[in-house]
Design a protein around this ligand. Structure first.
Ligand SMILES: [Zn+2]
Ligand SMILES: [Zn+2]
Length: 338
């Protein structure tokens, strides 16, 4: 079977032996396609993952072989996430599932950019769903990334009608904004790239250029009775985005950190103290968040249409390159036909 593997500065297609159940409980899934996540780009570009790693985790596929007490059978089209918590450790008991050791260790094998993967019985039980006919493969591939957003949104525990700002309107910023809308919040967005601002605006997210922070802050103040927004969602990986958040957030408001930044700068101590801000991070979704994500996509309460550009597996390098160059919003790697 073909896999896409990291090989120094390139992603190369390598043939490896077909993956089989070999007595394990779980399923072998023929991967129809897999979304390219921002975290895949970071792992590749910053050499976090070693050579030979098969990246990709936003998979849609068809069950080819199954040995498990499960609701799924051969031929079912499913979507699955890649990590599962143990539900028992101190992290899990406190709801911090993505800090759980078992969560971090569990994965789909060898990785999503592969013609076939092995999904464990735990995956089938906790984080896999049958894909209904009314939804395209590309749409349902947002299941895991939207799950990440849902967790971030729930962690902020906002009030209905609260006003929020999404900083960064790449694909994850857009689906964060869509998720926030579905939860009933008034959503503003900002970015530095004009075509992103236009796309977000066309989807009903009032969006602005935040290059001049003072001007942008005036706009936000004018739309929030001069208070600022109740929460800022930081999907941008730019260091300067931190200034935007501290400027536009309301006293007593929340800043949700959703991306790493190159300089790893902190949020100013005295701003947090005097304004009684809450700064909180959110990394990866729990099975409950994923269930919500699945429901929101399949009921079309969250709109994920027309966000992807499709690349064949043989062209995966271009998908990485185009994403890095901001030529596209979100790459979807098409791997097999039904
Ligand atoms: Zn992802
Ligand atoms: Zn745990």
């Amino acid at each position: 079977m073909k896999t896409a593997q990291i090989n120094d500065d390139k992603i190369v297609i390598k043939e490896i032996e077909n993956i089989k159940l070999d007595g394990r409980k779980g399923a072998i899934v023929k991967v129809l396609g897999c979304g390219l996540c921002g975290s895949d780009i970071v792992k590749f570009r910053h050499k976090i993952s070693p050579n030979g790693t098969v990246l990709g985790h936003e998979i849609v596929g068809i069950i080819e072989d199954v040995d498990s007490e499960t609701q799924f059978s051969k031929g079912d089209k499913i979507v699955s996430s890649h990590h599962i918590p143990c539900f028992n450790c101190t992290y899990c008991e406190h709801g911090n599932y993505s800090m759980c050791e078992h969560f971090k260790k569990s994965n789909i094998m060898p990785g999503g950019f592969s013609e076939k993967i092995y999904l464990s019985e735990e995956h089938l039980k906790n984080v896999a769903y049958k894909v209904p006919d009314n939804i395209t493969d590309e749409e349902i591939s947002f299941y895991e990334p939207l799950g990440c957003c849902i967790r971030a949104i729930k962690r902020c525990n906002l009030k209905e009608g609260d006003k929020v700002l999404v900083v960064g309107l790449g694909s994850i910023g857009l689906i964060m904004a869509e998720g926030l809308k579905a939860f009933g919040y008034k959503v503003f967005g900002c970015d530095l790239i004009e075509k992103r601002i236009q796309l977000a605006s066309s989807k009903g997210i009032e969006s602005f250029n935040s290059l001049d922070i003072e001007t942008f802050n005036k706009i936000i103040r004018s739309k929030t009775n001069n208070y600022g927004v109740d929460a800022v969602f930081m999907t941008s990986g730019a260091d300067k985005a931190i200034d935007v958040a501290l400027k536009t957030v309301k006293h007593g408001g929340k800043i949700l950190v959703f991306s790493s930044t190159p300089l790893n700068n902190g949020y100013a101590n005295n701003e947090i103290y005097y304004k009684e801000l809450t700064v909180l991070g959110s990394y990866s979704p729990s099975p409950d968040d994923l269930k919500d994500s699945f429901d929101l996509i399949t009921s079309k309460k969250v709109n994920v249409e027309d966000l992807t550009t499709i690349y064949p597996l043989s062209n995966i390098q271009m998908a990485f390159d185009d994403t890095v160059l901001n030529k596209i919003f979100k790459a979807y790697i098409k791997i097999s036909q039904v």
